[in-house]
Design a protein around this ligand. Structure first.
Ligand code: NAP
Length: 283
């Protein structure tokens, strides 16, 4: 079997067209959805991510503001800026690009963002809302993975989903979203003794580890859906995921590529969350 690709670029284009149309409708009512992106320091990867987010806003009719600060910015100064953005009616979403310099407590900064503007979905109020099924913002990467499953018409009810990784930004929220759709969910992590024994039972596998070839063909049940969140570099320096793509695609039913899979979906869901925040504030 050769798996069908779930194309994150194509799905993103469709969803971004919908975002642009909704943004235009909101604009016609006098509200332009606005995202503030806060970048502290010179981390080269962060600079690329931030540029891509700003460009995605511009391309789809959202207003965006980039606030760039030197690495020496104090935590107190950053918290003051977050307060100002919380009070700014032109800003509906606030994103603080992580990682922050070591002298700044990232969690404290995230908790300072108003939950109504927490479009990254990292605030404890957002995490609590996801856990209890209350309205709130879902973290963009697992939200994008759910949209990918939705795009192939996959019904999760009664299916066994295995999530590899338990970070607060991907693994844990991913597991909660799958659970909310009535999957039976197993979460694996670095202390899981026999990962393959878990993944071989899975109808859906989400790999969010950050290590190449964590998932190989012998660990996948024929026909399973495989979502690869990982972002790594191979020996040639090319971007690759956590999944041994060439091997696993011969066994899986559906698979997401890297690049062109979950990556573009993450930015797309940031646009969706920002638009949603603006629509909620307009109501
Ligand atoms: P993270 O915070 O480092 O978490 C990695 C998780 O993997 C941890 O829970 C860890 O377990 C687990 N793990 C490590 N080695 C393992 C092993 N051998 N077997 C099973 N589990 C193992 O990383 P993250 O922030 O969740 O990100 C994960 C990956 O996704 C990274 O490559 C990141 O770059 C990528 N990512 C991509 C996007 C995107 O848009 N495509 C967005 C976010 C992240 P412990 O908890 O026991 O340490």
């Amino acid at each position: 079997m050769t798996a069908q690709l779930i194309d994150g670029n194509a799905l993103s284009r469709t969803l971004r067209t919908e975002v642009a149309a909704r943004a235009a409708a909101l604009k016609a009512r006098g509200v332009t959805p606005g995202l503030a992106v806060v970048l502290v320091g010179e981390n080269p990867a962060s600079q690329v991510y931030v540029r891509n987010k700003i460009k995605a806003c511009e391309d789809n009719g959202l207003h965006s503001v980039l606030e760039k600060y030197p690495a020496e910015l104090s935590e107190a100064e950053l918290l003051t800026r977050i307060d100002a953005l919380n009070d700014d009616p032109a800003i509906h979403g606030i994103l603080v690009q992580l990682p922050l310099p070591k002298h700044i407590d990232a969690q404290k900064v995230i908790e300072a963002i108003s939950p109504e503007k927490d479009v990254d979905g990292f605030h404890v109020a957002s995490a609590g809302a996801l856990m209890t099924g209350a309205p709130g913002f879902w973290p963009c990467t697992p939200y994008g993975c759910m949209k990918m499953l939705e795009s192939i018409g996959y019904d999760l009810r009664g299916k066994h989903a295995v999530v590899i990784g338990r970070s607060n930004i991907v693994g844990k929220p991913m597991a909660l979203m799958l659970l909310a759709k009535n999957a039976t969910v197993t979460i694996c992590h670095s202390a899981t003794p026999d990962l393959g024994a878990m993944t071989r039972q899975a109808d859906v596998i989400v790999a969010a580890v950050g290590k190449r070839n964590v998932l190989t063909a012998d660990m996948v049940k024929p026909g399973a859906v495989v979502i690869d969140v990982g972002m790594n570099r191979n020996d040639e320096g090319k971007l690759c995921g956590d999944v041994d793509f060439d091997g696993v695609r011969e066994v899986a039913g559906f698979i997401t590529p890297v690049p062109g899979g979950v990556g573009p979906m993450t930015i797309t869901m940031l646009l969706v969350n920002t638009l949603e925040a603006a629509e909620r504030s307009a109501h």
